[in-house]
Design a protein around this ligand. Structure first.
Ligand code: SF4
Length: 447
């Protein structure tokens, strides 16, 4: 299976045939990967697992998982009664959303802090978005944290019991097919598949699927293949085992095939043994990366001096719009520069215009210094930020009425330290503090 013959494809078009024929001409070094067409839906049958293969894969993988599973906090919750199952579903939900952001080791701390603060879905439903952002700070994709909160609220409004099936879970805002599959199978034992990047890689190798793994049709077909494999008696464990195999042994660049519990079922491994020009990492196909957009912005850490020698100084924070990048999060005043790097004069003009036009802020400048640059990488954007420290005399802000309502607040240093700020905002603040410290030590040295 998965090693197609020409006979089985005689009715396909040449383009389709190219897609599903094993790539005999491919070599180890592919300098410029080109997107591959999708695995055609009509031919999914040719990649399906036989019954004996399903049994063999399931038995071997679960045996391996029972011995090698990582001890993770969300796996320790038992599910002996309905209340426990609700707690487990909640824990799986939170952990899975966090795991979409970053590595397991990083997630453990975030998860523990989250569960300490909100041990059940009812607790979470009472939280504010500020509190949620605070615990989430540093994980990125804040929209997901917001969906967790909104999802918790909707579950509590519906009576507080966690939806128990894939279909009902899908109705909760922010719970997509992947998360619903994970919760349904792990917490409620429903025999449904879960497909993440790890599973796509493992299945592409097991079945030597060379179609573009990012293509919707390919992904859909891999969901179907994963659905074939799911163990009916232990679906949750099986799904976790498949993902864990991808995360620990069947890794993107250095798969450890000699330790793999399902190596006898792996067509990519078989192929690499038969054909020295092939390697298992030829699967899944390499896909050309989407080119990152390059943005530039000017950030002004505005400090308003109050009291003797600024003892009560406060910082100005502005709330981002409710839609788009970093929606609804607080940040220092910032202006996206016009598509290119801009010199100091242009940056200051842009910031001045923003402060005057948005808040009627009078620029009674006590001090203004450039403190440095910082590059933050989002999925599709490389954002270079120019950071300045702008100290102004105490004054009231008055929000100007415009097309878009803009929220702002003054916060003192202590509040700022405890707020859930994005990595970029935290970095800008740290740079200003470091700048101030190094300047005061220079001053001391010169006395
Ligand atoms: S044999 Fe190697 S390539 Fe195949 S599934 Fe196992 S680790 Fe992955």
């Amino acid at each position: 299976m998965g090693t197609k013959t020409k006979q089985t494809m005689k009715n396909t078009t040449p383009a389709i045939e190219d897609t599903i024929t094993k790539s005999k001409k491919r070599t180890r070094k592919v300098s410029e990967p080109k997107p591959q067409p999708a695995l055609p839906v009509g031919d999914i049958e040719d990649f399906q697992f036989r019954e004996d293969e399903v049994k063999e894969i399931s038995t071997s993988l679960l045996k391996w998982y029972d011995v090698n599973r990582r001890d993770l906090p969300w796996r320790r919750i038992n599910d002996s009664d309905d209340t426990d199952r609700d707690r487990k579903a909640y824990a799986v939900w939170v952990s899975e959303i966090m795991l979409q952001q970053t590595r397991v080791q990083t997630v453990i701390n975030y998860f523990n802090r989250w569960m300490e603060k909100w041990p059940t879905v009812e607790h979470l439903a009472q939280a504010s978005i500020e509190e949620v952002n605070e615990i989430w700070a540093g994980l990125g994709y804040y929209r997901r944290a917001r969906f967790l909160l909104e999802g918790a609220k909707s579950i509590v409004e519906e009576g507080g019991q966690f939806p128990r099936s894939l279909n009902d879970l899908r109705k909760v805002r922010g719970i997509g097919e992947y998360t619903a599959g994970a919760i349904a199978s792990i917490a409620f034992n429903e025999a449904v598949p879960v497909v993440d990047g790890n599973v796509i890689r493992v299945i592409a190798r097991l079945r030597t699927i060379s179609a573009n793994p990012k293509d919707k049709t390919t992904v859909k077909n891999i969901w179907r293949l994963a659905g074939q494999l799911v163990d009916l008696s232990r679906p949750g464990d099986f799904n976790q085992a498949l993902m864990e195999l991808g995360a620990t042994l069947c890794t993107p660049l250095n798969p450890n095939c000699s330790s793999c519990p399902i190596s006898t079922q792996c067509n990519a491994l078989l192929e690499s043994k038969q054909n020295p020009s092939m390697v298992v990492t030829d699967y899944p196909a390499k896909v050309a990366k989407v080119k990152q957009r390059r943005d530039f912005s000017a950030i002004s850490v505005v400090e308003i001096m109050e009291g003797e020698e600024g003892s009560g100084s406060k910082f100005l924070l502005v709330k981002r719009p409710e839609e788009g990048l970093l929606a609804g999060l607080w940040e220092f005043p910032s202006v996206l520069l016009n598509g290119d790097e801009a010199d100091l004069v242009v940056r200051r003009e842009a910031i001045d215009d923003f402060l005057k036009n948005s808040f009627g802020l009078k620029l009674n400048v006590i001090e203004r210094e450039e403190v440095g640059e910082y590059v933050h990488i989002f999925t599709h954007i490389r954002l270079k930020m120019y950071i300045e420290h702008l100290v102004l005399r105490s004054q009231d802000l008055c929000r100007k009425k415009g097309k878009e309502e803009m929220f702002y607040k003054y916060v003192d240093m202590k509040t700022l330290g405890s707020m859930g700020l994005t990595t970029g905002v935290r970095k800008a603040y740290d740079m200003v503090q470091k700048f101030k410290q190094s300047r005061s030590s220079l001053l001391k040295d010169s006395l």
